[in-house]
Write a protein that binds this ligand. Sequence first.
Ligand code: SAM
Length: 191
Amino acid sequence: MHNSLQYSHQLIKTRVQPGDLVVDATAGNGHDTLLLAQLVGPKGKVYSYDIQACALKETRHRLQKAGLLERVKLIHRGHETMDQDLAPGQSIKAVMFNLGYLPGGNHSIITKPDTTIQALKIALKHLLPRGLITIVAYHGHPGGKNELSALVKYLSTLDQYNFDVLQYQFINQVNQPPILFAIEKKAKSKL
Ligand code: SAM
């Protein structure tokens, strides 16, 4: 069976197509941005956010090595400012969130519940019908549990006529493995 990270990639691969506009809300070391850049093709675009310059440097390096840098706009700002880059009515096909701290970086710089939910609200507004948001939530670090519970509380309020919300989790593993949430805007949604 796929772990949460692998399953988020599987879901994204079924949905993102050449020419799409998509978002990596947490660039980190650039693994998700690279996947998205591969999927959108030469005519698509990825907006990739991080608050840490070192994360964007690593992401840039990874993209350069793959020859895919021109498909990506690297944005050194929080994902909660996404609205600044999207025109009203501009639609996105997919958004990936990978919460917590930068692996190999400063473990005290983490995603926070308020800004994560603020970004999610913007993403949901711009998401196309049949568009997909994936969120990999880590909860073993200080602050992780708070973020997870705020996330579950918020996602549970999403109207079932407009959104399907999936929680994917191994319930028999030790060491608090990450939990995947996937949100699909329904094909008939008018939002
Ligand atoms: N997706 C990444 C990858 O493929 O390597 C891993 C992301 S890492 C778990 C989380 C990242 O979120 C960190 O690099 C951190 O700097 C970033 N971050 C924290 N708060 C943020 C915010 N408000 N907006 C955007 N990124 C943020």
